[in-house]
Design a binder for this molecule. Structure first.
Ligand SMILES: [Zn+2]
Length: 301
């Protein structure tokens, strides 16, 4: 399997990972796998009934991939689609990334890690408008775990990406030694098979704007135009004062932002906390274990 690559995208929820996944895979050689981990390790109701991003009910791609098993996941995709030379996996779960990267390394497949992140204020805004609680803990925990487990990654600033997608993607593709075209950011130009992932990003794959019956209003960016890159530069104005002061005073978050800007890792510094990582790993294992049993009926994670 020479000249084949797998690119793993890390990032908290609502960080733009699904969008970045489809942008990078927007070429004949690329394949967007989306949050493919949930095909093998389902933990939410919709994971048990996978719907392919291409929208074709007759598409059997993921059935075949599942049949061959997790161990052969990327190999199956490469074999089924001979034109594909790189796969983008935006499963995000750092333990999934480590596990798959180890396997791919043994198979001689080149791997790259990208970590997309939003400024805490922008992330708080994304969570609050969806009426989701615990934005601060979610953001801190995700990036603390990632930086404690993975040290070789390319940081991707969400705001940098949406401000000038063309230039940003060109630099990224050059760094990854991947093909680039000027329209690559228009990810809806291609029929992707992206599995799961963010629904307000995947809505652009549809020819016409149709929120679908299962779409929550809060998940549709109100000012977004269909098939254009959504960019909200005004979000700080709508942030509640207590959120602004939380962000300004939280040292842990400031340290994380500095590390993310520079591509830093906790593995190389004094910030690695073994107890924290063990605790988060246990929580992650419980999520999959419990999710595999009752996740089919209830969304608990
Ligand atoms: Zn498909």
């Amino acid at each position: 399997m020479t000249d084949r690559k797998v690119i793993f995208i890390g990032g908290s929820s609502y960080s733009g990972s699904t969008m970045l996944d489809m942008m990078l895979a927007n070429s004949d050689q690329g394949f967007s796998a989306g949050e493919v981990h949930a095909l093998f390790r389902p933990f939410r109701p919709h994971h048990f009934k996978p719907v392919c991003g291409c929208g074709e009910t007759s598409c059997q791609l993921w059935d075949k991939v599942k049949e061959n098993g997790e161990i052969f996941l990327y190999e199956t995709i490469f074999n089924l689609l001979p034109n594909v030379s790189y796969i983008v996996d935006s499963s995000k779960d750092p333990w999934w990334i480590l596990c798959q990267a180890r396997r791919l390394f043994q198979q001689g497949v080149e791997i790259h890690n990208l970590l997309i992140w939003k400024e805490p204020g922008a992330f708080a805004h994304s969570m609050l408008k969806r009426k989701r609680k615990g934005w601060m803990k979610a953001w801190r925990n995700y990036y603390s775990v990632y930086l404690s487990l993975i040290d070789d990654y390319i940081p991707v600033s969400y705001s940098g990406l949406v401000q000038d997608p063309e230039r940003f993607l060109k630099e990224l593709c050059d760094r990854l030694k991947m093909p680039f075209n000027n329209n690559q950011h228009n990810f809806w130009d291609k029929r992707h098979h992206t599995l799961f992932g963010n629904r307000s990003a995947k809505i652009h794959l549809q020819q016409k704007y149709d929120s679908g019956e299962h779409m929550l209003m809060s998940e549709i960016p109100s000012t977004a135009k269909h098939r254009s890159i959504y960019r909200d530069v005004e979000y700080t104005k709508s942030l509640p004062e207590h959120v602004k002061s939380q962000i300004a005073s939280d040292l842990e978050m400031k340290n994380l932002v500095t590390a993310l800007r520079n591509g830093g890792s906790f593995l190389n510094g004094g910030q690695f906390n073994r107890f924290f990582v063990k605790k988060e790993k246990a929580k992650n294992q419980i999520k999959y274990a419990l999710g595999s049993i009752i996740g089919k009926h209830w969304r608990i994670f």
